[in-house]
Design a protein around this ligand. Sequence first.
Ligand code: HEM
Length: 328
Amino acid sequence: MFSYGRVAAATLVAALSIVPLSRAHAEEADAESLVNALNAVFGAHKGLRAAHPHGFCVKGNFVPSAEAATLTKAQHFNSKTPVGVIARFSMAGGNPEASDAQKDNARGFAIHFDLGHDNTTDLVMISAPVFNARDPDQFLKLLKTVATHDTAKIGEFFKDNPNTTRQVQYLKAHHVPASFGTVDYWGVHAFTATNADGKKQVFKYKAVPVAGDVGLSDEDAKKKDPDFYRPELKERLAKGPVQFKLTAILGEPGDPTDDPTALWPEDKRKTLTLGTISITGFEDNATCDAGIFDPTTVIDGIEGPANDKIFPMRSQAYAVSFSRRAAP
Ligand code: HEM
């Protein structure tokens, strides 16, 4: 959810007020300090998310595959009728003006699955297989170091913490997505599925666009309007739903489940199709802004990773961001 490629000049001012690095290194991260650190890098923008503020809300449905039930007993993967979804596409980082053409920035795809009776379960993905910190402390250090704008310190941090550069390396090696509907998204964390027989399987989510992985050349990306994704999606939706195959990458013994910066050897892993996500139209942004997309809101049949410290921290940090953006 974070790119350190372009830090807005305005955030230099905010960066001046951060604590010295020596103290920052000693500090243990919590939800407040992480949101404050995001604000120090990107500025605090009233009424907006501390991360992924640039985005919009859409709606559609999810139809599970027949084989989804072999992996998990979770309600939405066993539904006989299409499951309604509300989703939000976004640009990572905390800059509300982030250009849709920015290459070294992940795209976000957050989904609420409607389980009926006002219940939802969420899936929050990005267009990279990894996050940029192993745990909340490393993320806080990363943010605080970037906020100094001291290139020597930043360079030293990345040299000492090479795992924090994996996401940006992935993004730089790929083209700018031509559309929110033509890029792969990953759930990043390792979840565990349980099926009706009690069989457990570790897996990672990946949403693969039915329209294919289509990108722009760097030249073409430069010519794009900073807000080109919304009109692009409008045109695409006029021709039919924008669809993704939701897949489960099946983990094998030894695949790390506690480190969201660790890559699995995806090309060597089996996958299972969980179903099809169809985005059918736009939804009022107020619908998406009325709460948080919380990756820890899972249901019976799916469990989050037990030892991945980033996972539970997300829920807490999103709640802090929500309470600030919802404040009058
Ligand atoms: C400790 C680590 C993390 C922190 C502190 C953090 C922080 C945040 C915050 C403050 C928000 C805005 C929440 C709101 O106001 O609703 C957010 C949104 C988001 N984050 Fe993270 N995040 C973390 C890890 C991750 C990871 C690992 C992913 C990878 C999937 C991710 C993907 C997203 C996405 C897609 C959104 C946008 C959700 C929406 O559209 O409402 N984040 N993050």
